[in-house]
Each structure stands twice: as C-alpha cells, then as structure tokens.
Design a protein around this ligand. Sequence first.
Ligand code: S3P
Length: 445
Amino acid sequence: MTQSGQPTPLEARASSALSGCVRVPGDKSISHRALILGALAVGETQISGLLEGEDVLNTAKAMSSLGAKVERTGEGTWSVHGVGVGGFATPEAPLDFGNSGTGCRLAMGAVAGCPIEATFDGDASLRGRPMRRILDPLALMGARVSTQADGGRLPMTLQGARDPLPIVYRTPVASAQIKSAVLLAGLSAPGTTTVIENEASRDHTELMLAHFGAQVTSVKEGAHGRKITLTGQPELHGATVVVPADPSSGAFPIVAALIVEGSDIVLTDVMTNPLRTGLFTTLREMGASIDESDRRGDAGEPMAQFRVRASKLKGVEVPAERAPSMIDEYLVLAVAAAFAEGTTTMRGLQELRVKESDRLEATAAMLRVNGVKVEISGDDMIVEGKGFVPGGGLVATHMDHRIAMSALVMGLASDTPVKVDDTAFIATSFPDFIPMMRGMGAEFA
Ligand code: S3P
C-alpha cells in the first residue's frame, strides 16, 4: 500500500504463450542521474524516455525544491535548467524520496557539496534502510548530520560543506549509490576526488558526468574493481540525455517469456551496459534463448533489441563476483531457477538484505509459499528447480516493487495461481507493468 491508498492485491494465472513487441520504461538509474546532473549543470538539459515512476518523480520534485527549474514537456520528455555546481538553495520543506534509496542517497551527495541544509525523508521502507554508508564518506568531505533518527536512518537533516574536501575513498561494499554520492559531492571540491571499489558497480554516474563535461577517468583496480577519479569544480553544461529501456524492468517480461510455454517476445532499446547485464549472462548459461540485434548506443550507454523465446532451463551456479551486475535481478532469477531443472546456487547476496525489503528472506518466502524448495546458507541462496512450480501461495510484497513483479511472473506459469498482497509499489519503477504484460497475454485477475 502506498502512503495514502489501500492495498491492491492481484492474482497471476497460468497463461498461454506470450507474444508482442514492447519497450519497457526508461532506466531508473539513468533517469535519477539525468535529473540530478541536469540540476547541477548550467543551461538546459533535455531528457527523453525518462522513467515516470514514483521514485524518479520524487527526485524531480527534490531537484526543483533545491532550486532547479524542472518541467515535463511531453510524455517522458523533461527539461531541466540547472543551478550550476554548488548552487543548490536550502529547500523550504523536507525532501521526500518515497521508496527510493537511489534518489535519496545520490541527492545526499549532491547536497553535501553545497553550503545548505536539507532534510531527507522517505516511506517506511526507506526509513528502515542504512544511510551511514553514505554519511561516512560525506562527513570526511565536510558535511554534517544535524538531526537523525536512531542508527543513521531517515528522517535526517544534512548540512552541506561550505568548502568540501576532496577525498580518496575505498567503498566498503560494491555500491553505485555510495560511489555516486562521493562523486557528486566531489564536484564542488577542489582537486581530485577518487573512489576505489573492489568490485565494479554500475558506472552510469561516471559516464553521465563525462557527458555533461566533467573530467572523469575510470581504470581497472585489482581483479574486478575500478578506480574512478573526478576533477573537481568543473562547469557542467546542460546536455541531451536519451534514456534507454531499463534492463532491470525488462527482466520481468524476459523471465515470463522464458517460463511460459510457446512464448516469443521482443523488447526494444534495452540498455546493455555490461555492469548491468549479469542476469542475461546467467539466463543464457541456464539455456535461455535471448537474441540481441540492432546494437547501438547513446552518451556512452549501449542498447539492443532482445528477442526472447520460451526455453528449457537448467540450474547453474552464479558466482559472487557477478552480484553487482545483477543486484536487482536475483528475485526474478530465483523464479527462473524454480522453473529450471536442477539446483541454482546464487552466492554473495548480503546486499540483498538492505534493499527495498530484506530481499533474501522475502525471495525465499515467496518461493516457499508456492511449493518451491529453497535454502539460505549464510549469504547464499540455493533453489531446487523441479521444472514446475505448484503455486497457490499468497506472497507478501513488503513495500517492494520487485517482489510484486517477480511473484506475478511466477504465477503466469505455475500450476495454480499466485497471489500478491499489494501491487501498489510497482508504480515506483514500472507503472505500466500490469497493462503491458496483459497486452502480451498475461492473465492477471
Ligand atoms: C542503484 C544502485 C544499486 C541498485 C539500485 C540502483 C543506482 O544499489 O540496487 O536499485 O542507481 O545507483 P546499491 O548502490 O546500494 O548497490
């Protein structure tokens, strides 16, 4: 249930072959970043294909509360007139980021580099998520938290640094949100700000900073890591951003097509940045028929058309180092694993515990209540695939859009219907999920 409304349950039933050609909504990560960098740039930024989900709309509101002029000019097209690096103004009211960790944490970084004070808040899910991982590096740069709820949680008031310090920061976990917060604060610092990560996380912030005119370099660090260096106090120029379709949203129709017999669907403009495509690698290892064509790119972000056909899947082992490139996709991968033959072992999932919900527990519960055998062992999840799912369960979504969508996908191929207790949070990332899936033949009631 969203802050105001009633819960909206829904049931997914065994469906006949899915078909059709769709464009899932714009990438959420890129949409947040386009609004934030547009707000920090001088001149106009024109965005097309922006995800108009609740999470991103909250970021748009926050940027306008901080002084940028943010306007919707058409369907998915937005114009942002920015204030320049360091130019945010103290907002009159608390900034409400709803369900969105990304919007909140990136905005904290941007605010930390400005001599202003802003209060950050969100819904019950976001209020439960850890913020210290962001505040620790921002404090090293000179930002201060003046009020906060217990344990480094929202709501909290952040005082940005008058003279931010450039730092060299090694992130304690692979997190694009931590990296991005430091880089955004580093925009206002003199000299160079460096972030080192042991495991590379999504690099949309770096790519987009370069697109807006900043000097930023990224080099390999160790076996799987990166070292990113930003030259501070650039003049960011407004830019044109074309937002490709979100592979994390595409994951739902893709897995649905793989498990519903006879399906054959096409998804256009799917972003294929290699730091986001771990799910597709894994599904292909499981035997999925996913063909890519029409490869192209914009502003450093590659995209392609995907054709997905129903496939016999087999269980696989997913290595821990792949986790950052598919961190939001384990829920729907677990659904695919349940329909596969054999055991799928997913390793190194500790970060799933601090997402919109505790996704490790919630995913296991989603499968168990539908008759699938699953085990959590430390930070690993092990799913026993039998090639079919009995279904018949009621899934608790815990204010988490991806649990709701994963469970509904599962119900499209399970023996008996799968019900979710609330679909309202799907609107945070994929507002058209239900009608789009119905348009391809999904049976929801
Ligand atoms: C995101 C980073 C990831 C991901 C989230 C979006 C981003 O979070 O789970 O949905 O846009 O930077 P972490 O940085 O916490 O891994």
